[in-house]
Design a protein around this ligand. Sequence first.
Ligand SMILES: NC(=O)C1=CN([C@@H]2O[C@H](COP(=O)(O)OP(=O)(O)OC[C@H]3O[C@@H](n4cnc5c(N)ncnc54)[C@H](OP(=O)(O)O)[C@@H]3O)[C@@H](O)[C@H]2O)C=CC1
Ligand SMILES: O=C(O)[C@@H]1CCC=N1
Length: 268
Amino acid sequence: MTTIAVLGAGKIGEALLSGLLHGGWSTADLMFTERYPQRCEELTARHGVRAVSVPDAAATADVLVVAVKPQDIEPLLGELSPVLKPGALVVSLCAGLPTKLFERELPEGTPVVRVMPNTPMLVGEAMSAISAGAHARPEHLELVEGLLGSVGKVLRVPESQQDAVTALSGSGPAYFFFLVEAMIDAGILLGLPRAVAAQLIIQSAVGAATMLADSGEHPVTLREAVTSPAGTTIMAVRELERHGVRAALLAAIEAARDRSEELGRAHD
Ligand SMILES: NC(=O)C1=CN([C@@H]2O[C@H](COP(=O)(O)OP(=O)(O)OC[C@H]3O[C@@H](n4cnc5c(N)ncnc54)[C@H](OP(=O)(O)O)[C@@H]3O)[C@@H](O)[C@H]2O)C=CC1
Ligand SMILES: O=C(O)[C@@H]1CCC=N1
């Protein structure tokens, strides 16, 4: 069995560990590193996965998944480089960071796969996009597909598209959460109890997402089916257009793409 070490088990690192465990991986095949002992104890208590040092992770794991903030990458790679086993696969989940940064800081020939996942991996519904670095071979991509396939869907993309992917699906769940939060507030505005508003909106989101995923219909067709002539929905749609919600989404996602590019350039 492949052994996986998550280097930096914060939000996404913990989501990956938890998703892998739910996807049938064994605690014996998983490990993580973290900076502070208290965080290590919390994670081990929650998931039964062991905390290790970076040298121990490098000595025992077949795959090292880097999940620290982009701003923290250099010290981690400095620690990892001298202890990395030849042939070990390095998988980066870091927004913006190009594979060439890892290849520059790690021993010559290290295979690197860049991944942009998202937090729904916690419930086995991640969308992950993967790109090979210069030394990653087909079997490395297949290994990463297998790993991430146990926590959701996986797509191969050219690395040049990863900043756009980060802005769309990496950050994407946050946009939906934001929308749900605002719609629940609208229910409060209309005088509904918060718990009722939350149930109405969350189930509507689940239903809409399931229709999008299962029907194969275009979102426009699905929206049109809700929008009755001279009815309620068209009144809401007119307000969404009047307030520039579509333009706001385009600008927001472009800003996220620009930030991803900027995070990468910071390490040139
Ligand atoms: N959150 C998300 O939805 C997604 C995040 N990502 C990417 O994943 C990475 C992590 O993001 P996120 O999980 O949100 O961030 P977090 O800050 O929650 O997680 C990073 C964790 O790594 C720890 N850490 C930092 N340096 C080291 C080190 N040298 N050794 C061990 N642990 C270390 C941090 O500790 P401390 O808190 O003490 O600094 C923290 O617990 C980022 O690069 C981000 O771009 C990608 C897709 C989605
Ligand atoms: O906000 C971020 O930078 C990370 C990357 C994608 C989602 N969260």
